[in-house]
Design a protein around this ligand. Structure first.
Ligand code: HMG
Ligand code: MG
Length: 298
């Protein structure tokens, strides 16, 4: 029997590629995104308008965003850290802008070169201008479940950062397990703390699979009412400012889980694994996706 529907946010072309050592050609990124657009996904984060000195793998952000073929019904999003990034995203006519910051000050400083307090006004301005330009806005809170520099992050910090982002008028808040340390009890703890403050319909979960708990965390969040999940095809991904962090949960592994549970996603598993196989050939290293490994072994 079908349960209800979940929304998958594909972040592979952004989070998945931002940390890859092997430079992927712009035309290959564009071909991959075009392929992803035909899998039934309704949301693809295609790139980041950040400083190419810090994230050289996405230096072609404007070209990628301009060259992809837009499929009706698909939202194309990009990461934007500041005013300069917003200008690029608007020039490329991105549908949705994703602002981001951390719940721990040290990671925030390493990642975007500012204290948390100094970040709030910058993001507030970006959100206002993106909204005035008719764009929807997503917010990320990173290091929700642990920081590579500070260790455990207090729930108060997570709640405070999430509330400040929501007050800016964002449409969706993605909770990031940046370094892949969370276990299902922590997912419950954070969701309970946010209950009554942020509607569960506005929350998304963004997990990295460093310690093998990503799918268990997805399942836990689903049981507790979350219906939006970020994933990266192939299990690609990692934050350059989170040393040792592994890839995102593989979108196709998440899909396999939801299919088995009878939860509707609208996405074709077969086509998604095709797109994992495509990008696997381009990055030139084995990828952690279980469904890709199963395909390659068959
Ligand atoms: P900054 O150095 O503080 O910026 O960088 P600045 O305002 O002082 O300017 C310095 C230089 O950067 C100037 O150039 C600016 O023009 C340029 P110069 O005059 O030296 O030639 N600059 C830019 N260039 C291109 N695009 C821009 C831009 N802004 C300034 N938007 C900044 C601040 C945030 C830009 C920088 O620190 C940066 O790019 N950081 C990269 C952050 C990043 O992409 N991290 C990975 C993504 S976050 C993540 O992975 C976590 C997530 O997945 C969730 C999770 O897993 O938890 C989302
Ligand atoms: Mg991430």
């Amino acid at each position: 029997m079908l349960q209800d529907k979940v929304l998958i946010r594909e972040v592979g072309p952004r989070d998945g590629l931002q940390n890859e050592k092997q430079m992927i050609r712009t035309e290959d990124k564009v071909a991959w995104i075009n392929q992803l657009s035909k899998t039934g996904l309704s949301y693809i984060e295609v790139t980041s308008f950040v400083n190419p000195k810090w994230i050289p793998a996405l230096a072609d952000c404007l070209d990628v965003a301009k060259q992809i073929e837009r499929e009706p019904g698909v939202t194309y999003a990009a990461l934007v850290p500041n005013q300069r990034g917003l200008e690029g995203a608007l020039e490329a006519d991105i549908d949705e802008v994703s602002v981001f910051m951390s719940a721990s000050d040290t990671h925030n400083r390493k990642n975007i070169n500012k204290s948390m307090d100094a970040t709030f006004p910058v993001l507030k301005e970006v959100v206002q201008q993106a909204k005035s330009a008719g764009k929807s806005v997503r917010g990320y809170v990173s290091t929700v479940f642990g920081c590579p520099y500070e260790g455990r992050v207090s729930i108060d910090q997570v709640v405070h950062t999430s509330e400040k982002l929501m007050e800016m008028g964002i449409d969706e808040l993605s909770l990031g397990d940046t370094i892949g340390v969370a276990t299902p009890n922590q997912i419950e703890e954070v969701l309970l703390a946010l209950k009554g403050i942020i509607p569960i319909e506005s929350l998304a979960l963004h997990v990295h699979d460093t310690r093998g708990t990503a799918l268990a965390n997805v399942y836990q969040a689903y049981q507790l009412g979350v219906r939006r999940f970020d994933g990266a095809v192939g299990g690609l991904g990692g934050c350059p400012y989170a040393p040792g962090a592994a890839g995102n949960v593989a979108t196709e592994d998440m899909l396999y889980l939801f299919n088995g549970l009878g939860v509707e996603t609208g996405v074709s598993l077969e086509h998604l694994v095709d797109s994992a196989e495509f990008i696997h050939q381009k990055v030139g290293r084995p990828l952690p996706s279980h469904n890709l490994q199963a395909r390659l072994a068959s």
